[in-house]
Design a protein around this ligand. Structure first.
Ligand SMILES: Cc1ncc(COP(=O)(O)O)c(C=O)c1O
Length: 363
């Protein structure tokens, strides 16, 4: 039996029909499908404004640009995230500061407070692996130091933060989404969005995504070309309808894994924060390569999120000479095992059985 890491074959007959009818409309960029998706995704996030753009990286970059910060402003991000979070800060011409993560891979809020200085202007919490950051504590820090919060929600479409009793979406000033195909809400190519309740930000962002132009061929402000296309939007609209069902299916699988993967001194489950929608289900293991190879032989395919912490990337090495204990531990020892909506029961059992066998009979 094969257990792939993910299953992207969710574009079914119904969606194919919608794609065809969108093509027939002969409108391909920023038209009705995009504006309808923006409205519907805003409802899903309980936020007033959504701006579709080309990808999650652009959503972060444009959100930083809309804050109009001076050059020496510092932006704090967690040391374990996808590189896009860091690149957005650097490419926006701002100073990148890193904070270690906790045992679940989320920004360590106690350590964060110690890093804040008068130049600190923004915090980017990353709701990593589908887990919500403790937003209540973070909003308290924001208020205390008068900071802006840009949430990186690229892995957390629909996660619920029990500390504020709000769905992740726009608890901070701006929230950024990726709809990369493998995400919980994935397009059939690149796509992203910025979500905000701030009308002023939204109005500026409309120009920012279209080379500074809100009226065709009239270019008045800063801008990049980061438009969302109609086909991606029509696919996202269709898939948004099933997002809660898909997230629930992931939650059920995660619950089953937690119940049935037997505890062992060399195995630790990472994604344990309440409200997670399990974009990833990962474990920390002592000898990762050995387990990966064993599972591969059993046709179970895993991925590493991520093999390097932000400070370990060659391009980002000069950012900090500090050690980031937990981020580096995740980079060295964490392994994401298969989890995707409607994974078959026998596939889930195959994973459980082989992990249990590995820890009890092989090592
Ligand atoms: C945490 C995080 N931030 C940002 C991004 C960037 O999104 P995109 O690949 O759509 O640019 C991703 C995508 O993998 C991500 O996981």
């Amino acid at each position: 039996m094969i257990v792939p890491f993910n299953d992207l074959s969710t574009v079914n007959k119904k969606i194919n029909k919608k794609i065809l009818s969108t093509i027939k409309k002969n409108k391909f960029i920023l038209s009705n499908e995009v504006s309808s998706f923006e409205k519907e995704f805003g409802n899903f996030c309980n936020a007033k404004y959504v701006l579709g753009c080309a990808n999650g990286y652009d959503a972060l970059f444009l959100s930083l640009k809309v804050l109009n910060l001076s050059k020496n402003s510092e932006v704090i991000i967690p040391a374990m995230t996808y590189a896009a979070t860091a690149y957005a800060v650097i490419n926006a011409g701002l100073k990148l500061k890193l904070v270690d993560v906790d045992k679940n891979g989320l920004i360590n809020l106690e350590m964060l407070e110690k890093k804040i200085n008068p130049n600190t202007k923004v915090i980017i919490p990353v709701h990593l692996y589908g887990q919500p950051v403790n937003m209540k504590k973070l909003i308290d820090i924001k208020k205390k130091y008068n900071l802006k919060i840009i949430e990186d929600c690229a892995q957390a479409h629909g996660a619920f933060d029990y500390t504020t009793k709000k769905k992740i979406g726009c608890i901070g000033d701006l929230a950024c989404y990726s709809f990369y195909p493998g995400k919980n809400l994935g397009a059939i190519g690149d796509a992203g969005a910025v979500v905000t309740n701030n009308k002023n930000f939204y109005n500026k962002l409309k120009g920012f995504r279209a080379l500074g132009s809100k009226i065709k061929y009239i270019h008045n402000t800063f801008g990049v070309n980061s438009r969302l296309d109609e086909i991606q939007a029509c696919v996202l609209r269709a898939k948004l309808k099933s997002l809660n069902i898909h997230n629930n299916s992931r939650k059920k699988i995660a619950k089953y894994y937690k119940k049935n993967i037997k505890s062992h001194k060399d195995l630790q489950i990472v994604n344990t924060t309440k409200g997670s929608i399990f974009h990833v289900f990962n474990i920390i293991v002592k000898n990762r390569n050995h387990l990966v190879n064993y599972l591969k032989k059993k046709k179970i395919y895993c991925v590493i999120h991520y093999p390097k912490s932000i400070n370990q990337h060659k391009f980002l090495k000069n950012i900090s000479k500090e050690k980031f204990h937990f981020a580096e531990k995740l980079a060295k020892n964490s392994l994401s095992i298969p989890i995707f909506p409607f994974m078959k029961k026998r596939q889930i059992d195959h994973v459980v059985k082989n992990i249990n066998y590995y820890f009890n009979k092989i090592i």
